[in-house]
Every structure is written in structure tokens, then in C-alpha cells.
Design a protein around this ligand. Structure first.
Ligand SMILES: [Zn+2]
Length: 275
């Protein structure tokens, strides 16, 4: 544990936050998950959702969730992994949903910035997984990078998602945010919101009611200021919450109260289970 970070922890850490999107199974956390979670808890981040990006990662997420209090898992094939989506791989993944640490399906969606898989392949993988999430009765976690129009078109085509979902690392404008909210989605705000040049995100946060927002680290990626460029971790969520409070001209307690309640509701995290 980096005690320098703890001693510099702002007093406003006395709030309860949930990191709605982190990748605890990724290499930068190897051997340090216990310390990372202890640091998070110290900063008021007592629950963390660790997100699967393929079969191995979904399995690892479940194992981490089973081993650590306050950690929940999700399963899915990230758009970068769309080439791996087949009947067999989806059937194998679906079996993991029986585990009671699994709270959502994702992250799934479209990434036209990197295009590790052809857009057509990504679109088919996305549609099939939306269908699977409905079958499994799970909320969805959507990854949308430079693909807003196709993302919303495929979501609409897939029909109603009874358990709703979240646009993770939300990067669209206000109009798109309102369209997604009308479809029953929440928006998850990442550490990018602390960057000076994130003006579009600032505008969205100012405009959208706290009832529709969640917070995420997306660790190990996208560390907020003042840790930009370093390995991100759930503890840093307090900086993201603080910036959201500043943009909305409210207190961090108010931001925590809403975003925590929204996350608990979407992922059906009961206070009685596991915590
Ligand atoms: Zn992610």
C-alpha cells in the first residue's frame, strides 16, 4: 500500500462510494488486490464491480469477487474480443452467470476507435450479447467508443432490456445522454471528468440529474487528476466524485448518496449480501 496516498487523502473521503467499473483481474493489480481494496475502503469506496472482457477475465472476476468482500463480478466479451464470440463461447460464458457474485452482463458494445475486430463482427457480437443479457435477466454494461449512432441503433433493435443498463465511461454529448436515459440507461462518469480539457463531459455532468449518474474508475486505466498517467485504482474515485460535486455545485456527500444508490439499484447489490 502506498501510504503517501493515504496520508494525503482528503477529509471528504468520509463518504460512501461504489466503483461501478474496474478491471481488478488485469496485470497492473497482480498480487496487490488486497492492498488496492484496503486503500479503496479507507477512502470510502467499499464496493467495487470488477468487469469481465472475455471468458478468462470473466472467470477471474468471479474468483476475485468470491475472495474479497464488497467485490462483484460481471461477464461478457468486450468489443475488442468480438472475434471470440461464437455459439460455443457464449454458451460457456452463460454458465458463469449462475454464480451469485455476477451482477451484470458486459462490458459489451462497439469500439470504432481501435477496431480490433471488424465493425460488422462487433455489431453481431453486440446484438447477440444483448439478447443473452435479456435471457440471463442481467443489466448490461455498454462500451461505446466513437460508435454512438450504431450503439443506440442496435440497443433499440434488441428491444427492451428489463434490467436496464449503464453507458460506461460516458463520452457522448448531452443530446445522446438524454436519448440513452429515455431508454432506461444510467451514465457512468470516469476520472476523465477531472481533466481540464474534458469540456463536453463537464457540460453533460452539469446538465444531467444525479439520479442518472454513476461513478467509475475504469482502473487500471484513466486515472483522474492528480494521478493522471499513473495506474488508476478504486480509491481515486473520491477525486472523480469531488469534481462532479464541483460541476454540479453540490457537496460530495450528495454526489455519493445518489451515485451509490443508483449503482446499488442497477446491479441489485443488497446491503445484506456479502457486505
Ligand atoms: Zn472497462
Amino acid at each position: 500500500m502506498n501510504t503517501a496516498h493515504i496520508s494525503s487523502t482528503p477529509a471528504s473521503c468520509a463518504v460512501e462510494l461504489i466503483d461501478s467499473h474496474c478491471h481488478l483481474d488485469m496485470a497492473p493489480y497482480r498480487g496487490e488486490i488486497t492492498q488496492v481494496l484496503a486503500h479503496a475502503a479507507h477512502c470510502g469506496v467499499k464496493k467495487v464491480v470488477t468487469v469481465g472482457i472475455n471468458h478468462a477475465s470473466s472467470l477471474a472476476a468471479i474468483e476475485i469477487a468470491q475472495q474479497h468482500r464488497g467485490v462483484y463480478a460481471t461477464i461478457g466479451f468486450h468489443p475488442h474480443e468480438a472475434n471470440a464470440v461464437t455459439d460455443a463461447s457464449l454458451a460457456a460464458l452463460a454458465k458463469l452467470a449462475n454464480n451469485d457474485t455476477v451482477v451484470a452482463y458486459g462490458e459489451i458494445g462497439l469500439d470504432y476507435a481501435k477496431k480490433y475486430a471488424e465493425p460488422k463482427v462487433q455489431q453481431r457480437a453486440f446484438s447477440r450479447q444483448l439478447e443473452l443479457a435479456i435471457t440471463l435477466d442481467l443489466p448490461v454494461i455498454i462500451h461505446d467508443r466513437d460508435a454512438h449512432a450504431d450503439t443506440i441503433a442496435l440497443i433499440k433493435q434488441g428491444g427492451t432490456l428489463p434490467q436496464g443498463g449503464v453507458m460506461h465511461c460516458y463520452s457522448g454529448d448531452r443530446a445522446f445522454a438524454e436519448e440513452m436515459i429515455a431508454l432506461g440507461f444510467l451514465l457512468s462518469i470516469p476520472g476523465i471528468v477531472t481533466f481540464k480539457n474534458a469540456t463536453l463531459m463537464h457540460e453533460v455532468v452539469r446538465a444531467i440529474d444525479l439520479n442518472h449518474l454513476m461513478l467509475e474508475s475504469d482502473g487500471p486505466f484513466l486515472a483522474p487528476n492528480p494521478y493522471r498517467g499513473k495506474r488508476n485504482q478504486p480509491a481515486y474515485l473520491v477525486h472523480t466524485a469531488q469534481k462532479v460535486a464541483e460541476l454540479k455545485k453540490t457537496s460530495i456527500q450528495e454526489v455519493a448518496r445518489h451515485t451509490t444508490a443508483n449503482t446499488q439499484r442497477l446491479f441489485r447489490l443488497n446491503d445484506s449480501d456479502k457486505s
